[in-house]
Every structure is written in structure tokens, then in C-alpha cells.
Design a binder for this molecule. Sequence first.
Ligand code: GRF
Length: 221
Amino acid sequence: MTEPLKTTVLISGGGSNLQALIDARDSGRLNVDITHVISNVADAGGLDRAERAGISSSVLPHGDFDSRDAFDRALALLIAASAPDLVVLAGFMRIIGAPVLEPFQGRLINLHPSLLPLYRGTETYRRAIESGDRQHGASIHFVTAQLDGGPVISQVTIPIETQDSPDTLAARLSPEEHALIVATVELFTRHRVECADDVVLVDGLTLVQPLQLQADGRLDP
Ligand code: GRF
């Protein structure tokens, strides 16, 4: 077996996606070493999940910094201290800039609750419902300077039901996000995915469309 992929997870909230990664690690599906969890929110529920799983964590409150740049520089140092192969933004609700992007280029991925390029930013569920969309979903993309605009690796799609509210849609999407994040990180553990010149390569081949999560939990082109 190859070395576990050293993975740092950034969170701001409940950390259910972090939990999905922990569970997949514990079941043996994911060959990851979740070396550190970083939250910008002191009472994020995900910090308890990290503690229960025996994973070290840090809190870096963005309000403690005079500028976005100062926060980013401190965050970059903290990430570097855990020497990750991969950095997963799993519900991390801060925009990150050059001090983080540059040293970790190609190793930063973000989970976003929409079918990118649709609905970058916040309130994606409400926006999708109000637009009359028939389907919604989640995407995992490499992080670049463009908000939710980096090359997309993988997606999961679910139908929007006529009676859906933003809350019911988010609740139905959540378990699918968990499956998506596990399947996508699994690709990284197998060293099957990389980013070159803003293009995603899977097994060395350019990805034309994002990989789609299948019912069996696998990702197919
Ligand atoms: C997820 O729905 C993710 O798409 C969004 O924030 C949520 C994080 O949930 N960006 P959790 O903290 O992993 O439970």
C-alpha cells in the first residue's frame, strides 16, 4: 500500500463533510492521514468531530486580523506546518487569496453546493429554486483566485422537487456531498488527478466534463 495522503481539512461549520472523510478513513476506503483541521470559527461543530477522531485542530478567527492578506498569511503558515499533500475546503466560508493559493496551487480543492459554473457564491439552493431549475447539485473544484471558479473535478446532481425549499434541497444534497467528497479524495489518494494550466487531468488525460458521481459511489466521466 502507498503512503496515506496527508490531508488538511478547512472548515467553518458543522463538519459533516469532514466526518464523511473520517468515516471513510476509518472504514479503510480512504488511504488518508487527516493530519490537521483548521477552522476560522471558534465554535464550529467540526472541531468536536476532529477531537473525537483524535485529529489535531487549530482555530484561526478571521476577525483577529487587520486585513484579509494578514489572515491569509497566517493561514498559509498554519497549513504549511502540517505539510499536506492535499488541502480540502469542506464548508470553509472564507475567500482565500494569493498567500494561500500560491504555495498550495494544485493541492487545494473546494466543495461548493451548486452545479458550477452555475451559482457561484452563497444561497445557491434558493437561487436554483427561484430560477426554476429542474436540478441542483454540488461540485468539487481546484481553488483558484476566482471565487468558485477553478477547474471542476467532479459533480453530483439531484432533482429539484416542486415542493422543495432551500432547506429541504440542502438536506437532500448533503449526503450526496458526503459521497462526492469521499469519491473525489479517493482519486487523489490514488494519484489519479492533477491540475495543469487550469485544466483537470485524470489519469493523465484532459477532463472535458466534470466526473459525475454514480449511484454506486463511483466517479465516471
Ligand atoms: C456544505 O453544504 C458545503 O457544500 C457548503 O457548506 C456545507 C458544509 O457542511 N459549502 P459541513 O460543515 O461539512 O457539515
